[in-house]
Design a protein around this ligand. Structure first.
Ligand SMILES: [Zn+2]
Length: 661
């Protein structure tokens, strides 16, 4: 058992982790987690630590065992998926070999950049970013279409920044990070022998600052209606002139036949037009330097120690405060997972996910769904018409648990012994091709997207009306088959409720019972929802994590609504499970107390300051303390469970408490 999971009682709760010197009504997070957090040491190769990272470590150890098995005897010419996995991992572990090669593996891609003398060539090479290490000022993706989720759309979005967000370029708080970024560019250009590194670094930062200025803020991108802008390629060329869209799309692998009439979904039209204009006026020499730097930055994990050290010093240490780089085997697990993760996932699920867990989670999801239905029927602010449609949406809810029914076929992927860079770039192309092959096909809902069985996370797919729970999250302390039910209802029950509520948060609510994005709400109900959401958002805006640094209530709106819904539904489902019997008292704690503590325990995360400052700008999730304290103090039962009285710091009057779902 990892040290940080020690001290958990057979009820699944780590009671010793509480800080009983704090009143729950003053700081529930500290009351529930204070001692645990105080004693928790963030390992030097991590930027945060707590149950999520501990489970991720466990999953990684399990994956390492699988990879050690298949890489024990690497073959020169791997044919089977297992052999490919083994060779991919074993080749990556060979530090001496990558050090010996130095920057050599980049030569071909760098030569291609040197040949970029005009905008057409620039568009062609950046279009190849989807299938290799090159970079692009725009992102391209293939996803189920928001208006008709039975087919795929091609989505084009703003991109092109090397720092985490536009704020890093535009706000004075990040001046030191910008300077460090500029120095990092100098280092990287130096490592690839690029001329005039200092001058080029200044020009790259200036170019990206221009891009940052036209980018949409992350919170604005969250509006699915504003981010759904269908345009044919011909229309896009008119709306965002200056960039050779046709050349870019063809290079990305979109069929040239009928291209002008093909419809794309443009995420941020003004940003994309702004970027296109900026690029059209840019000096090709600057564009080449920009591409060369990003190529080296993207490929750094697959290159010699000089590259990985430089990349870590900036991306790990400076941006996130991580003191030490993780060991090579850990990075090996990560890169092998991103290349062939579904092959790993298949073995992972077979070896580590018991069918009994699948059965229990499926049952729990049913209970949370019933709790949601019950609450909706008793909803006080919705008109019958919207409420009936929302009820149908809950009825249609689908779940995926553990692992997908269909697996990715790796027979067309070539993996070569000792060719770390080539293996990685071929896998990028392979994985992009997988999605290209789905274009113009009917959507197969059994194909999973981001969540692999070994991923410690869960997701809601709004246009599938579906939630996905990979095998790896279904472990203690999120889900403990032997734990006290109340703790499980607060922990995994809360997480299930959180994911389901996403279909009814400020974004998800706009998708109907069949997952189609359109306005199915009455105007009055939409206004009422918005008023509740705004009121709730202000509670987060007021939450300070460092002096003068607050949570962004708009950026985190969806996650916050999901947290409030999740905890409410976990509690409701627990109450229903008692069938009218009184809740047992366990270790001196009542049933309701244990549900709230189960939720609080899930978010026992400790963060490094630089990482926390990065997340406050880029992460749609609120910081752990807010995820525990704010939902709790909006729920009446929490006051009763912990005898919270007026005058205590978290106390808010009943009229100020926000109830959405
Ligand atoms: Zn969420």
């Amino acid at each position: 058992m990892p040290p940080a999971l020690q001290g958990f009682g057979s009820d699944g709760f780590n009671a010793a982790g509480r800080d009983l010197t704090v009143k729950p009504g003053d700081d529930f997070f500290r009351y529930a987690n204070g001692t645990y957090i105080k004693d928790l040491i963030i390992p030097p190769d991590q930027t945060s630590y707590g149950p999520f990272s501990i489970l991720a470590e466990r999953s990684r150890d399990q994956v390492r065992t699988l990879l050690n098995d298949v890489s024990a005897h690497p073959v020169a010419d791997p044919k089977t998926t297992e052999q490919k996995l083994g060779v991919y991992y074993a080749s990556f572990l060979d530090q001496a070999r990558v050090d010996q090669l130095g920057a050599k593996p980049l030569a071909g891609d760098l030569d291609a950049i040197k040949g970029v003398n005009d905008l057409e060539a620039f568009a062609k090479l950046t279009g190849m970013a989807a299938s290799g290490f090159q970079s692009s000022p725009f992102d391209i993706g293939i996803n189920p279409d928001d208006h008709d989720p039975t087919k795929f759309s091609i989505d084009v979005a703003q991109s092109g920044l090397g720092l985490p967000d536009r704020d890093y370029y535009l706000k004075p708080d990040f001046a030191a990070k910008r300077q460090a970024y500029r120095d990092y560019i100098v280092t990287m250009l130096g490592l690839i022998g690029y001329a005039d590194a200092a001058k080029n670094a200044d020009a790259i930062v200036a170019l990206e600052t221009g891009i940052a200025k036209v980018h949409w803020a992350l919170e604005a991108e969250r509006d699915p209606v504003k981010a759904y802008n269908p345009m044919t390629v011909a229309q896009l060329a008119k709306a965002a002139p200056g960039f050779d869209w046709q050349a870019w799309l063809v290079a990305a692998g979109i069929p040239a036949t009928g291209l002008e009439k093909r419809v794309l979904i443009i995420g941020q039209p003004s940003a994309i037009a702004g970027e296109a204009k900026l690029l059209a006026g840019a000096d090709p020499a600057v564009l080449r330097a920009w591409m060369a730097f990003h190529l080296a930055d993207n490929a750094a994990p697959y290159l010699s120690r000089a590259f990985t050290d430089a990349s870590f010093a900036f991306n790990g240490k400076t941006l996130n405060g991580q003191p030490a780089q993780s060991e090579r085997w850990k990075r090996g697990v990560r890169v092998t997972s991103s290349a062939m993760g579904w092959a790993i996932g298949k073995s992972y699920a077979a070896r580590y996910f018991p069918p009994s867990s699948k059965a229990r989670i499926t049952e729990l999801v049913g209970e949370v769904k019933a709790a949601f239905k019950y609450r909706l029927e008793h909803n006080e602010w919705m008109e019958p018409q919207t409420r009936a449609a929302a009820g149908r949406k809950i009825d249609n809810f689908d779940i995926q648990v553990g692992y997908p029914k269909s697996w990715r076929d790796y027979s067309k992927l070539t993996v070569k012994q000792g060719d770390v860079y080539g293996n990685a770039s071929r896998s990028l192309a392979f994985n992009w091709n997988f999605w290209l092959n789905h274009l113009d096909q009917k959507v197969d809902r059994e194909v999973w997207f981001d969540m692999m069985p070994q991923t410690v996370n869960a997701e809601n797919i709004p246009n599938y009306v579906e939630v996905v729970f990979p095998a790896a999250i279904l472990q203690p302390p999120f889900f403990n088959p032997n734990a006290d039910p109340a703790i499980n209802y607060g922990a995994i029950g809360g997480v299930i409720g959180h994911e389901m509520t996403h279909s009814f948060d400020d974004q998800g609510r706009q998708y109907d019972e069949h997952g189609r994005l359109h306005d199915w709400w009455t105007k009055k109900d939409a206004q009422k929802f918005q008023a509740l959401a705004d009121r709730f958002g202000k509670q987060y805006d007021a939450f300070e994590i460092f002096p003068g640094v607050h949570v962004n209530g708009k950026l985190t709106m969806g996650e916050n609504i999901a947290d409030l819904g999740g905890l409410t539904l976990g509690l409701e489902a627990y109450h229903a499970s008692l069938h009218g019997k009184p809740a047992p008292v366990v270790d001196g704690m009542t049933g309701d107390q244990r549900v709230f503590l189960g939720w609080a325990q899930v978010w026992r995360e400790k963060l490094r300051d630089a990482h926390a400052r990065n997340l406050i700008v880029t992460d749609p999730h609120s910081p752990p303390r807010a995820r525990v304290n704010i939902p709790s103090h909006n729920i009446d039962a929490w006051y009763k469970a912990f005898d919270v009285q007026p005058g205590q710091k978290l106390y808010i009057a009943p009229a100020q408490r926000v109830k959405i779902w």
